[in-house]
Design a protein around this ligand. Structure first.
Ligand SMILES: CC(C)(COP(=O)(O)OP(=O)(O)OC[C@H]1O[C@@H](n2cnc3c(N)ncnc32)[C@H](O)[C@@H]1OP(=O)(O)O)[C@@H](O)C(=O)NCCC(=O)NCCS
Length: 146
């Protein structure tokens, strides 16, 4: 399927909020996405005719390091390489800006996401105890220096 990646816009929010509620037990609020759109590192992967959002990725750049703050792929499109495509895209964007350090947190039980990040070379650097709610769970902190 032909896809493209473009910046997330306010018009995307209804579809994104629907996905967020389906994919996460503690979904982000619309306001959190609003802030990400302003922060300029928020992207959506859409099909060729821009008819539907397949996935999205958000990041926040602080002190020369990008925190990947959100990543999701619609259930019916998972395991097709789209998560990988989104991570590759945001990393390449940041490399163009000479940003070489990446950081993220992920639920300890989220093996698909951890495997995906490890594929890019992210390494586990620590645990934040009871970081997440609903359900309460530890966060694995991961870092990638390129
Ligand atoms: C995590 C997520 C974004 C992965 O997206 P995806 O498009 O399905 O992933 P890809 O098809 O690009 O897979 C890339 C790699 O990730 C790993 N991976 C992805 N899903 C996996 C699964 N269910 N089990 C094991 N490994 C998995 C594999 O290493 C895979 O490489 P491979 O296909 O060569 O084995 C997706 O499962 C998702 O949206 N989950 C719900 C939201 C979420 O947990 N987001 C992450 C928050 S930190």
């Amino acid at each position: 399927m032909g896809t493209e990646i473009r910046k997330m816009t306010l018009e995307d929010l209804p579809e994104i909020m629907k996905m967020e509620k389906e994919l996460f037990t503690a979904p982000w609020s619309e306001y959190m996405f609003f802030k990400e759109i302003k922060s300029q590192y928020a992207y959506v992967l859409v099909n060729k005719n821009n008819e539907q959002i397949i996935g999205y990725v958000c990041g926040l750049k602080l002190f020369g390091e990008l925190s990947i703050t959100n990543l999701a792929v619609k259930k019916e499109f998972q395991r097709c390489g789209f998560g990988e495509k989104l991570i590759k895209y945001i990393i390449n964007k940041l490399l163009e800006e000479k940003c070489f350090k990446f950081f993220l947190e992920v639920r300890e039980s989220n093996h698909p996401a951890i495997k995906l990040y490890e594929k890019f070379g992210f390494e586990q650097i620590g645990i934040q105890v009871n970081y997440y709610n609903n359900p309460v769970e530890n966060a694995v902190m991961m870092k990638l220096n390129l």
